[in-house]
Design a protein. Structure first.
Length: 179
């Protein structure tokens, strides 16, 4: 994974996050976060569509962000065990995030039923307990990946030939993602 891939991940992450932020702001404008009865009837479908898009874009943002951090760490680590840990973390993030992303996209059939259900469209959605449970599981996977990618730089820096104060400073800066 060379420099070319590192350069592509960060702008992609930033672009998706920017679109996510815009959809979140538009969702809030149209009523996301309020009780359905407090949203004007014409805005319910729009608010739900922006909420649905936000779920998808947030998942993509977090995947690309974690992958770009992992690729950076791969470039600076020397030990084979560290590389295996990073590759394992990347696989865990990719596999579970793909499952979660597909679940978010296809939780209702037809997909548009998610945001048009209050407009009278006919369709079905998965059981109401499945998606929140998948969200908790995705959060646990994400927290585990964040912990690994946040703590690993300390281990990588520890073996470098530099004075203790510099090791601590570099380790703290590289581990800011764990906070």
């Amino acid at each position: 994974m060379g420099q070319r891939q590192m350069k592509c991940c960060s702008p992609v992450t930033q672009g998706i996050f920017t679109i996510y932020t815009i959809t979140s702001a538009l969702g809030i404008h149209y009523g996301t976060g309020r009780h359905v009865q407090d949203i004007p009837q014409g805005n319910i479908s729009i608010a739900l569509m922006y909420f649905w898009l936000g779920e998808i874009l947030y998942t993509l943002t977090t995947v690309f962000l974690r992958l770009s951090i992992a690729v950076f760490l791969l470039r600076i680590c020397v030990k084979r065990a560290h590389k295996y840990l990073i590759y394992g973390t990347m696989m865990m993030v990719i596999i579970f995030s793909m499952f979660y992303l597909l679940l978010a996209i296809f939780q209702c059939q037809p997909t548009s039923y998610f945001w048009n259900q209050y407009a009278g469209e006919q369709g079905t959605c998965i059981d109401k307990s499945i998606f929140p449970n998948a969200t908790f599981a995705h959060s646990a996977v994400s927290a585990t990946a964040d912990f690994i990618l946040g703590i690993l730089p300390v281990s990588i820096v520890w073996d470098l030939k530099m004075n203790f104060r510099t090791k601590v400073s570099v380790g703290v800066v590289l581990s800011l993602g764990v906070m």
